[in-house]
Design a protein around this ligand. Sequence first.
Ligand code: 5GP
Length: 118
Amino acid sequence: MIYDRNNIFARILRGEIPCKKVYEDQYALAFHDIDPKTPTHILVIPKGPFVSFADFSAQATENEIVGFIRAAGLVARQAGLDDSGYRLLANHGPDSHQEVPHFHIHICGGRPLGPLLA
Ligand code: 5GP
């Protein structure tokens, strides 16, 4: 998997494009999705150059994986979603309709979401 260093999330990480940031640490950046599908729709991305979940799960260091997962949990908690609930979603590859080739998870919540693929 070749990483495109000019994908939109890489440019957000470099500060070339603004985002509505909600969290940042050495492993992850979280920001509001530009086209939210739920009242709360936050994207969490790792700082490293990973194309998708397949790439991240195979190539990231254990520190990067743990740091990223802990950051995602913290972001959801800080968004106030722990009690009401939320959905994590990660798209990989063409069948998933992944649009941005930098690994990211969607945190969606703020209303009942219904069945997974309805
Ligand atoms: P994917 O389909 O790759 O899993 O999801 C990509 C997500 O990135 C979409 O929900 C889309 O709205 C969001 N997105 C695309 N471009 C931008 C952008 O420039 N800024 C932000 N905040 N979100 C974006």
